[in-house]
Design a protein around this ligand. Structure first.
Ligand code: MG
Ligand code: ZN
Length: 368
């Protein structure tokens, strides 16, 4: 019995090898493993079930699952078995486990530097895009160092302490309607940012620094008229950042998948995940053309404890069942493509994402 199986295995190995060697589109050749650019896309709260519910509705036509490299990522924080988005964002952005609620700091409140700031210091262009306020926990983890994610006005102020090139999302009020009466939009203008408040205005910006604060607080749900904001913002950010010859780092967040999870609302989850996947497609299409861009698609944690106890793939109908109105401890999937994407495989920790990005971009950053 053993021999035929061995022969089959060898035949399979030879066949799959031949296939890889003959594939002219194979971008993972030796020597081509150093990305110039990294696009990190975070679906907040997007677990495996969230992806598969969207996959079922789209009848398998989603882009993130076409990535050749997949890993599973643990998400626990320093303080809790179940993380929040601040500690999870901090782990991904800085490689440091911290206390739930803290942004860009160790549990003892020592500030830690994010991959975005390491990239900035090496002369790369940097950007953030979100469908929440740009001061919300996930994007904030890449730009700010604060004790609490609730310090939205302080997070907005810390944008001015950086050299970030492009940021697009909500949160206009955190820059303008502040307790300290400062108007940070004026400060952005002084620092040569083009500041816009609408998508058509954003699309007309063709160079320089861009602050697109499109909503007073968060963007509306996709089901309530957000339109193509996320994919347009992703493509505009890539267009502007890719003018930098040294490369760029961009983080794009599908912020509201998490909110669908908290609401135990499967339709909200699916529409937000499909919209997020469109932004993933924009990034993957750019990476395929460019050949020097690593695309990483993951989540900061799972939300809702979602399972799929039934459904119909042909009809495109998943059935969802939630086990919590909060986050869960379930590890999240990570999908990646482009040079260096083979470094993301196996069972990894969210802090490994930071270390691998920093190594691949040769940023020389170490936070521990
Ligand atoms: Mg978030
Ligand atoms: Zn959440």
């Amino acid at each position: 019995m053993k021999k035929p199986i061995l022969v089959l295995f060898i035949a399979f190995a030879i066949l799959t090898n031949v296939k890889a060697d003959n594939n002219p589109a194979d971008r993972h050749k030796p020597g081509k493993n150093q990305p110039k650019n990294v696009i990190l896309l975070i679906g907040d709260g997007m677990g495996l079930s969230h992806m598969y519910a969207a996959y079922t509705v789209a009848k398998d036509n989603i882009r993130m699952v076409q990535c050749p490299n997949i890993a599973l990522v643990t998400t626990f924080s320093d303080s809790n078995y179940i993380t929040d988005s601040a500690a999870a964002g901090t782990a991904i952005a800085t490689g440091t486990k911290t206390t739930n609620g803290m942004i860009g700091m160790k549990p003892d409140k020592t500030p830690v530097k994010s991959v975005l700031k390491y990239a900035e210091d090496k002369g790369l262009a940097t950007g953030l895009v979100a469908t929440s306020s740009i001061t919300h926990a996930t994007p904030a983890s890449f730009i700010a160092n604060v004790e609490s994610r609730k310090m939205l006005e302080e997070i907005a102020r810390q944008f001015l302490e950086t050299d970030i090139d492009v940021f697009i999302g909500g949160g206009y009020d955190n820059f303008t309607s502040r307790k300290d009466k400062l108007n940070l939009v004026d400060s952005l203008l002084v620092r040569d940012y083009t500041v816009v408040r609408s998508i058509p205005e954003m699309m007309e910006v063709n160079d320089g620094k861009l602050a697109a604060l499109l909503y007073p607080e968060h963007a509306p749900k996709i089901s309530e008229g957000r339109g193509d904001m996320l994919s347009l913002a992703t493509s505009k950010a890539i267009e502007l950042l890719s003018k930098n010859k040294k490369g760029f780092f961009l983080m794009v967040e599908g912020s509201q998948i998490d909110w669908g999870g908290h609401d135990n609302n499967l339709d909200y989850i699916i529409s937000e995940t499909l919209d997020f996947d469109k932004a993933c497609a924009v990034a993957l299409d750019f990476a395929a053309r460019d050949g020097e861009t690593l695309v990483i698609i993951t989540a900061d944690h799972e939300t809702g404890g979602l399972s799929i106890p039934g459904g119909d793939l042909k009809a495109g109908k998943p059935e969802g069942k939630f086990s919590t109105g909060d986050h869960s401890a379930i590890p999240v999937p990570l999908y990646s493509d482009g040079p260096g994407s083979d470094q993301f495989h196996g069972f990894i920790d969210n802090t490994d994402i930071f270390r691998t990005m920093v190594n691949l971009l040769r940023l020389g950053g170490e936070n521990e």
